[in-house]
Write a protein that binds this ligand. Structure first.
Ligand code: GLN
Length: 203
């Protein structure tokens, strides 16, 4: 798979509802090309996909309406790097797209602390904690053996990896710490390089 038309990594951002523009800004800042995804054809040629925060019920209804569930599932299970933040984590879980073996508990932090910020140690990021912005965030209430929980808040999982799928309960696209997006773009780069190698080896 060649890089995007501009020679940059081509990353889709699901743009049915929610905070997709903030993700686009971070991706652009990090030198990737962002493409808004609204219909199945928008998935063609993508080397990564972001599912933003927003309202998971609305996003899931939109996915169904646009016929995106199956194509998205297929690409994710085929190894496409995916980053889900907040509602995006919920969309990826067992009860929704079912591509990550996690169970998200919606609005898990409850009313009193519906929005807060916390410094969290994230496995894989060695240079200090990440400032996590949590807005009516879920936590990960359960997960299967293929999943690594990367960070906790108050004993609850708030970040997870399964293969090249990354899910964070906080808004990694807000604030100026873009290390979660860099981590994701590393996967996107590996995926793009692997895909380019396998197409080069075809007759
Ligand atoms: N509470 C929202 C939901 O359940 C998620 C909030 C967010 O994405 N900031 O979908």
């Amino acid at each position: 798979m060649p890089p995007g038309p501009t020679g940059k990594l081509l990353v889709g951002v699901l743009a049915l509802q929610g905070g997709f523009q903030a993700h686009e800004r971070v991706l652009a800042r990090l030198g990737a090309e962002a493409r808004e995804v609204r219909v199945p054809a928008d998935l063609d040629g993508l080397q990564g996909l972001v599912i933003p925060g927003g309202e998971s019920t609305t996003i899931c209804l939109g996915l169904e309406r646009e016929g995106l569930i199956e194509p998205l599932r297929e690409r994710a299970l085929d190894g496409l790097p995916v980053l889900g933040s907040c509602a995006g984590l919920i969309v990826l879980d067992r009860d929704h797209l079912g591509v990550m073996d996690i169970v998200a508990r919606r609005n898990a932090f409850g009313r009193q602390v519906s929005s807060f910020e916390a410094d969290i140690e994230l496995a894989g990021l060695s240079d200090g904690p990440v400032r996590g912005i949590f807005i009516r965030a879920p936590w990960i209430a359960g997960h299967g053996p293929a999943v690594a929980i990367l960070a906790h808040v108050g004993g609850h999982g708030v970040a997870a990896r399964q293969g090249r799928m990354l899910a964070v309960a906080f808004h990694s696209e807000l604030g100026d710490d873009d290390r979660v997006h860099r981590m994701f773009l590393n996967d996107v780069g590996d995926y793009a390089a692997g895909a380019a190698r396998s197409s080069a080896s075809q007759p």
